[in-house]
Design a protein around this ligand. Structure first.
Ligand code: ZN
Length: 424
């Protein structure tokens, strides 16, 4: 019994010692991981500080901000901090933004109607009015040279891109008209095929790429010095644009299909290679559904659930009851958004694929219903993305290219080719 007890006591004390060691190791791990987290947080903060300084200093271009259609619905004092949405002067300055391409967006349903021209005109007027209302805050730019001359003076420079070629209405002379009104890129189509091109969201492939008129439009855009934008196009249309265009082309707001398999609205690796080989640039879009496949799938599933409810309960689609249910369902079933790091991963994918000279930023702020990544919620947060580039080990030179240098190079090339062809 004694012997047994002694043995038990020995066993006990060995166990205690073991437990003691385990506890000590545990404490050590907790303390050291807290220390590591602290150093991480400190270095994150240092990176963000560096990113903020960089953002303020370098030329920062965003090729897709959907402000005009928003302001057309409801006027806002965007010279002050509006407290809603994703763009205003104050936040743009905080984010270091220099050039904001205003999207002159025309709904696909306006195809073939003079409403397309009226909608385009109204939005261009609206952009003009911003520069008249607040001449010390906003200024229009229509050339790469104006960007170089006028940036860094405290103003947000507004350039214009037309999203959907519907207002061309089958006449090249309209292209001249829009050029003269300041349009410097045109996204050939939007949600549905139009008289120029097929569209990625439209299952009906009317032209198998570009229409015969669409081919003429691309050549005339080259001659005038308007950048051709392949965002929203089908793969066939994009391939044909790259074959026809004499000038490099842009994707004003598209991300990498590598992360969203089967989503034609984003560009696949082969297309990015072709775009880069032709000297063009892909401007990564921030919308959560463009960045994260999990988010996109969950959003699709949620949409199906809502549709099912609307159908079963015989609600009018788009009617007040259906809308109310949609709002409630979305509130009760929030989706997990991606983060700013995931956006950086798209940029990094392009960099690894073709190098640092063919990628930029086309946020789609004000255009995705607020479905944006954590850490990239509005124009004040570009520095967070730049901090991610720094964390990836990008040089300041690389970051300059991504943030605006690449886009400016393409714009200059487009202008040069227009001059050489005797255009405007
Ligand atoms: Zn779009």
């Amino acid at each position: 019994m004694t012997a047994f007890l002694t043995k038990r006591a020995r066993l006990h004390s060995r166990q205690e010692r073991r437990t003691g060691i385990v506890v000590l190791v545990f404490i050590f791990l907790v303390v050291s991981s807290a220390g590591a987290q602290e150093t991480d947080a400190a270095s994150d903060l240092a990176l963000l500080e560096r990113a903020r300084r960089l953002a303020a200093e370098i030329l920062l271009v965003d090729t897709h901000i959907d402000l005009p259609s928003k302001l057309l619905r409801r006027d806002e004092d965007v010279a002050t901090r509006t407290g809603s949405g994703e763009f205003d002067y104050v936040r743009a300055r905080e984010g270091g933004l220099d050039v904001a391409f205003m999207s002159i967006y025309i709904p696909s349903d306006f195809e073939g109607s003079d409403k397309a021209e009226r909608r385009a005109s109204a939005q261009i007027d609206l952009v003009d009015s911003l520069t008249r209302r607040w001449p010390d805050k906003f200024e229009l730019v229509t050339s790469a040279r104006q960007v170089r001359e006028r940036s860094g003076r405290g103003k947000i420079l507004l350039a214009m891109g037309m999203e959907n070629g519907a207002p061309i209405r089958g006449r090249l002379k309209n292209l001249h008209r829009w050029y003269n009104r300041g349009i410097r890129y045109i996204t050939l189509a939007h949600a549905k095929a139009n008289h120029i091109s097929d569209a990625s969201y439209d299952p009906h492939r009317k032209w198998n790429g570009l229409s015969p008129f669409g081919r003429t439009v691309v050549r005339e855009m080259n001659r005038l010095g308007i950048m051709v934008d392949v965002s929203h196009l089908t793969d066939s249309a994009c391939t044909q644009v790259l074959r026809i265009s004499k000038a490099p082309v842009i994707a004003s707001h598209s991300s990498c299909r590598f992360f969203t398999p089967g989503f034609e609205r984003n560009m696949d690796d082969a297309m990015i290679r072709r775009l880069a080989a032709a000297g063009g640039v892909i401007q990564i879009s921030f919308g959560s559904a463009f960045i994260s496949n999990a988010y996109r799938m969950a959003e699709e599933e949620r949409g199906k659930e809502i549709d099912r409810h609307v159908q079963i309960n015989h609600l009018t689609p788009g009617g007040s009851k259906a809308r109310e249910y949609t709002r409630q369902y979305k509130r009760e079933h929030p989706l997990k958004p991606p983060t700013v790091r995931d956006v950086a991963a798209h940029v990094d994918h392009v960099v690894k694929l073709v190098g640092v000279d063919y990628v930029g930023m086309g946020s789609d702020f004000e255009g995705v219903g607020g479905a944006l990544p954590v850490g990239l919620q509005d124009v004040s947060e570009y520095p967070r993305l730049i901090a991610e580039f720094l964390a990836l080990g990008y040089s300041e030179e690389d970051i300059r290219k991504i943030c605006g240098g690449n886009l400016l190079r393409v714009w200059q090339d487009v202008e040069r080719i227009a001059r050489e062809s005797g255009g405007e």
